[in-house]
Design a binder for this molecule. Structure first.
Ligand code: FMN
Length: 206
């Protein structure tokens, strides 16, 4: 299947199996089998996630796929102790980072308002809040895309961000926001399922 800007779209309800795979049955993985994940699968994850929306189509997220032994060793060193073993075991790990100079792409990504590049370039606070918020949205899309690809995800915020940035993004432009283990579930992969908020606690109506 190829997807591009000309692909026609009709909204329709996802079937129950799709809802389970993406949301209701899907779980966060804490152990991984030896089954490898290919670069084609990792690329396919991005080819899904990139289509989900961002403000002014800014697309500020950048993805570093770490899947060599050498790369994993460099990454694991900067993970929190409780996250080291599962990151070592995962066949692939995505380092999700925000591009602090995302606005350089605006003339291409948002040609109806190319001057927004100058706005963000001259207002660091606006650039930072917009890019971090939208990169976090895209991180959520990546987790769902991993599930849609038939793989399991283990997102982790426990790491030394400055350490990872120094190791992989030494020029200072990309800033790590989340690390996500990717693979197939290993032994006892799930922690006990935790509750979610009741509708009463989460929803209000106007
Ligand atoms: C942004 C984010 C950061 C997380 N950080 C960690 C982490 O550092 N270590 C860890 O073991 N789990 C981490 N988790 C996993 C969550 O605890 C887990 O996804 C949540 O409890 C739901 O689990 P479930 O999908 O199995 O229901 C993180 C999840 C997210 C989305």
């Amino acid at each position: 299947m190829s997807l591009d800007a000309a692909t026609p779209f009709t909204a329709q309800q996802l079937d129950e199996a799709g809802r389970e795979l993406l949301f209701t049955a899907a779980r966060t993985a804490n152990s991984f089998s030896n089954e490898p994940v290919t670069d084609d699968e990792l690329t396919a994850i991005w080819k899904l996630a990139k289509w989900a929306p961002t403000a002014a189509n800014t697309n500020p997220l950048r993805v570093l796929f770490v899947r060599t032994e050498e790369g994993k060793a460099r990454l694991v060193e900067h993970m929190a102790d409780g996250n080291k073993a599962k990151t070592e075991a995962a066949p692939a790990v995505a380092v999700l980072a925000v591009d602090t100079e995302f606005y350089k792409h605006i003339p291409n990504l948002f040609p109806i308002r190319p001057e927004m590049k100058d706005y963000f370039e001259s207002d660091e606070a606006a650039a930072s809040s917009t890019s971090r918020f939208n990169a976090a949205l895209q991180a959520g899309y990546v987790i769902l895309a991993i599930r849609a690809q038939g793989l399991v995800a283990g997102p982790m915020a426990g790491f030394d961000a400055d350490g990872i940035d120094g190791e992989f993004f030494a020029d200072g432009r990309f800033k790590t926001i989340l690390v996500v283990n990717i693979g197939h579930p290993g032994e006892n992969p799930w922690f006990d399922r935790l509750p979610r908020l009741s509708d009463e606690d989460a929803l209000s109506w106007a």
